[in-house]
Design a protein. Sequence first.
Lengths: 114, 112
Amino acid sequence: GESVGLHLPTLSVQEGDNSIINCAYSNSASDYFIWYKQESGKGPQFIIDIRSNMDKRQGQRVTVLLNKTVKHLSLQIAATQPGDSAVYFCAEIPRLYNFNKFYFGSGTKLNVKP
Amino acid sequence: DSGVTQTPKHLITATGQRVTLRCSPRSGDLSVYWYQQSLDQGLQFLIQYYNGEERAKGNILERFSAQQFPDLHSELNLSSLELGDSALYFCASSVEQGETQYFGPGTRLLVL
Protein backbone atom coordinates (compact mmCIF):
# COMPACT_ATOMS: atom_id res chain seq x y z
CA GLY A 1 0.00 0.00 0.00
CA GLU A 2 0.97 3.61 -0.08
CA SER A 3 3.36 4.57 2.65
CA VAL A 4 5.97 6.98 3.77
CA GLY A 5 9.23 5.43 4.84
CA LEU A 6 12.71 6.23 5.97
CA HIS A 7 15.99 4.89 4.68
CA LEU A 8 18.02 4.99 7.90
CA PRO A 9 16.56 3.97 11.23
CA THR A 10 19.43 5.46 13.25
CA LEU A 11 21.85 8.25 12.51
CA SER A 12 24.74 9.24 14.76
CA VAL A 13 26.53 12.53 14.22
CA GLN A 14 29.08 14.60 16.04
CA GLU A 15 27.97 17.84 17.64
CA GLY A 16 28.56 20.67 15.21
CA ASP A 17 28.33 18.50 12.10
CA ASN A 18 25.50 18.69 9.62
CA SER A 19 22.85 15.97 9.61
CA ILE A 20 20.84 14.67 6.71
CA ILE A 21 17.74 12.56 7.26
CA ASN A 22 16.10 10.99 4.26
CA CYS A 23 12.58 9.92 3.47
CA ALA A 24 11.00 8.16 0.51
CA TYR A 25 7.34 8.48 -0.34
CA SER A 26 5.25 6.52 -2.77
CA ASN A 27 2.21 8.66 -3.53
CA SER A 28 3.14 10.82 -6.49
CA ALA A 29 -0.13 12.72 -6.10
CA SER A 30 0.85 14.11 -2.71
CA ASP A 31 1.50 17.80 -2.61
CA TYR A 32 2.34 18.63 0.98
CA PHE A 33 5.04 17.23 3.22
CA ILE A 34 5.99 17.84 6.81
CA TRP A 35 8.92 16.96 9.01
CA TYR A 36 8.24 16.32 12.66
CA LYS A 37 10.59 15.87 15.59
CA GLN A 38 9.67 13.68 18.51
CA GLU A 39 11.68 13.79 21.69
CA SER A 40 11.45 10.96 24.16
CA GLY A 41 8.14 11.00 26.01
CA LYS A 42 6.73 13.90 24.04
CA GLY A 43 4.40 14.40 21.13
CA PRO A 44 5.67 15.08 17.62
CA GLN A 45 6.63 18.68 17.03
CA PHE A 46 6.33 20.46 13.70
CA ILE A 47 9.71 21.42 12.24
CA ILE A 48 9.23 22.49 8.66
CA ASP A 49 6.96 21.84 5.74
CA ILE A 50 7.16 22.04 1.99
CA ARG A 51 4.63 22.01 -0.82
CA SER A 52 5.08 20.19 -4.07
CA ASN A 53 5.52 23.39 -6.06
CA MET A 54 8.80 23.94 -4.24
CA ASP A 55 12.13 22.10 -4.31
CA LYS A 56 13.68 23.61 -1.25
CA ARG A 57 12.63 25.44 1.84
CA GLN A 58 14.79 26.80 4.62
CA GLY A 59 14.09 27.41 8.25
CA GLN A 60 16.25 28.13 11.20
CA ARG A 61 19.16 25.67 10.88
CA VAL A 62 16.94 23.30 8.91
CA THR A 63 16.42 22.84 5.21
CA VAL A 64 13.98 20.51 3.50
CA LEU A 65 14.63 19.33 -0.03
CA LEU A 66 11.99 17.74 -2.22
CA ASN A 67 12.81 15.70 -5.29
CA LYS A 68 9.53 14.81 -6.94
CA THR A 69 11.21 12.92 -9.75
CA VAL A 70 12.44 10.21 -7.42
CA LYS A 71 9.85 10.88 -4.68
CA HIS A 72 12.44 11.72 -2.10
CA LEU A 73 12.42 14.13 0.80
CA SER A 74 15.31 15.10 3.01
CA LEU A 75 15.83 17.14 6.13
CA GLN A 76 19.15 18.85 6.63
CA ILE A 77 20.10 20.13 10.06
CA ALA A 78 23.04 22.49 10.18
CA ALA A 79 25.48 22.53 13.10
CA THR A 80 23.68 19.72 14.89
CA GLN A 81 23.31 20.21 18.62
CA PRO A 82 22.65 17.76 21.47
CA GLY A 83 19.12 19.15 21.68
CA ASP A 84 18.49 17.88 18.19
CA SER A 85 18.65 14.30 19.41
CA ALA A 86 15.22 12.86 18.73
CA VAL A 87 13.25 10.74 16.31
CA TYR A 88 12.39 12.49 13.08
CA PHE A 89 9.34 11.60 11.01
CA CYS A 90 8.36 12.71 7.58
CA ALA A 91 4.67 12.87 6.76
CA GLU A 92 2.83 13.06 3.49
CA ILE A 93 -0.47 14.87 3.17
CA PRO A 94 -2.59 14.41 0.06
CA ARG A 95 -4.73 17.41 -0.74
CA LEU A 96 -7.66 15.41 -1.93
CA TYR A 97 -9.62 12.71 -0.16
CA ASN A 98 -8.38 9.74 1.82
CA PHE A 99 -6.81 11.41 4.78
CA ASN A 100 -6.41 7.90 6.14
CA LYS A 101 -3.49 7.71 3.78
CA PHE A 102 -1.65 10.24 5.89
CA TYR A 103 1.17 7.94 7.07
CA PHE A 104 4.16 8.50 9.26
CA GLY A 105 7.10 6.17 8.88
CA SER A 106 8.77 4.52 11.83
CA GLY A 107 11.13 7.45 12.01
CA THR A 108 14.87 8.02 12.05
CA LYS A 109 16.54 8.32 15.40
CA LEU A 110 19.18 11.02 15.46
CA ASN A 111 21.92 10.68 18.08
CA VAL A 112 24.14 13.68 18.56
CA LYS A 113 27.43 12.90 20.19
CA PRO A 114 29.05 15.68 22.23
CA ASP B 1 3.78 23.89 23.85
CA SER B 2 1.64 23.14 20.80
CA GLY B 3 -1.60 24.41 22.31
CA VAL B 4 -3.20 20.98 22.12
CA THR B 5 -4.02 19.45 25.48
CA GLN B 6 -4.69 15.85 26.32
CA THR B 7 -5.90 14.21 29.50
CA PRO B 8 -5.02 12.11 31.30
CA LYS B 9 -1.26 11.94 30.79
CA HIS B 10 -1.07 8.41 32.10
CA LEU B 11 -3.68 5.70 32.42
CA ILE B 12 -3.32 2.23 33.88
CA THR B 13 -6.20 -0.18 33.59
CA ALA B 14 -7.02 -3.84 33.26
CA THR B 15 -7.98 -6.00 30.31
CA GLY B 16 -11.64 -5.85 29.44
CA GLN B 17 -12.08 -2.35 30.78
CA ARG B 18 -13.14 0.81 28.98
CA VAL B 19 -11.36 4.17 29.03
CA THR B 20 -11.94 7.61 27.58
CA LEU B 21 -9.16 9.85 26.38
CA ARG B 22 -9.80 13.55 25.99
CA CYS B 23 -8.34 16.11 23.64
CA SER B 24 -8.74 19.87 23.38
CA PRO B 25 -7.49 21.27 20.08
CA ARG B 26 -5.70 24.54 19.58
CA SER B 27 -7.95 27.54 19.66
CA GLY B 28 -9.52 27.97 16.23
CA ASP B 29 -8.61 24.53 14.93
CA LEU B 30 -11.56 22.66 13.47
CA SER B 31 -9.93 19.36 12.65
CA VAL B 32 -8.90 16.75 15.20
CA TYR B 33 -6.92 13.59 14.52
CA TRP B 34 -6.20 10.60 16.73
CA TYR B 35 -3.09 8.45 16.44
CA GLN B 36 -1.76 5.39 18.18
CA GLN B 37 1.95 4.89 18.70
CA SER B 38 3.10 1.54 20.01
CA LEU B 39 6.59 0.89 21.36
CA ASP B 40 9.18 1.56 18.66
CA GLN B 41 6.46 2.00 16.08
CA GLY B 42 5.45 4.89 13.94
CA LEU B 43 2.26 6.83 14.29
CA GLN B 44 -0.79 4.91 13.17
CA PHE B 45 -3.67 7.11 12.09
CA LEU B 46 -6.93 6.14 13.76
CA ILE B 47 -9.61 8.67 12.92
CA GLN B 48 -10.21 12.28 11.97
CA TYR B 49 -13.02 14.71 12.78
CA TYR B 50 -13.75 18.05 11.26
CA ASN B 51 -16.11 20.48 12.94
CA GLY B 52 -17.97 17.69 14.67
CA GLU B 53 -18.19 15.28 11.77
CA GLU B 54 -16.17 12.16 11.12
CA ARG B 55 -14.12 12.66 7.97
CA ALA B 56 -11.69 9.78 7.72
CA LYS B 57 -10.95 6.46 9.31
CA GLY B 58 -7.66 4.71 9.44
CA ASN B 59 -6.67 1.55 11.25
CA ILE B 60 -9.18 1.96 14.04
CA LEU B 61 -10.55 -1.14 15.71
CA GLU B 62 -14.28 -1.65 16.13
CA ARG B 63 -13.70 -1.61 19.89
CA PHE B 64 -12.57 2.00 19.56
CA SER B 65 -14.76 4.97 18.84
CA ALA B 66 -14.45 8.71 18.92
CA GLN B 67 -16.46 11.86 18.69
CA GLN B 68 -15.98 15.60 18.44
CA PHE B 69 -18.26 17.82 20.45
CA PRO B 70 -19.76 21.23 19.56
CA ASP B 71 -17.00 22.96 21.50
CA LEU B 72 -14.56 21.04 19.24
CA HIS B 73 -12.95 18.96 21.95
CA SER B 74 -12.75 15.28 21.14
CA GLU B 75 -12.86 12.02 23.03
CA LEU B 76 -11.46 8.64 22.07
CA ASN B 77 -13.21 5.69 23.68
CA LEU B 78 -11.39 2.40 23.97
CA SER B 79 -13.39 -0.59 25.15
CA SER B 80 -12.80 -4.28 25.88
CA LEU B 81 -9.18 -3.37 26.31
CA GLU B 82 -6.49 -5.88 25.47
CA LEU B 83 -2.82 -5.99 26.42
CA GLY B 84 -1.91 -5.00 22.89
CA ASP B 85 -3.79 -1.73 23.24
CA SER B 86 -1.03 -0.43 25.49
CA ALA B 87 0.46 2.49 23.63
CA LEU B 88 0.78 6.23 23.40
CA TYR B 89 -2.32 7.89 22.03
CA PHE B 90 -1.84 11.26 20.42
CA CYS B 91 -4.33 13.85 19.42
CA ALA B 92 -3.47 16.45 16.82
CA SER B 93 -5.37 19.42 15.48
CA SER B 94 -5.21 21.63 12.43
CA VAL B 95 -7.01 24.70 11.23
CA GLU B 96 -8.34 22.95 8.18
CA GLN B 97 -8.07 19.46 6.75
CA GLY B 98 -4.73 18.81 5.17
CA GLU B 99 -2.99 21.63 6.98
CA THR B 100 -0.15 21.23 9.45
CA GLN B 101 -1.11 19.10 12.41
CA TYR B 102 -0.05 20.16 15.87
CA PHE B 103 0.26 17.35 18.35
CA GLY B 104 -0.65 17.12 21.99
CA PRO B 105 1.65 15.56 24.61
CA GLY B 106 -0.16 12.22 24.38
CA THR B 107 -1.81 9.83 26.80
CA ARG B 108 0.21 6.81 27.80
CA LEU B 109 -2.11 3.84 28.25
CA LEU B 110 -0.99 0.71 30.01
CA VAL B 111 -3.30 -2.29 30.00
CA LEU B 112 -2.41 -4.93 32.58
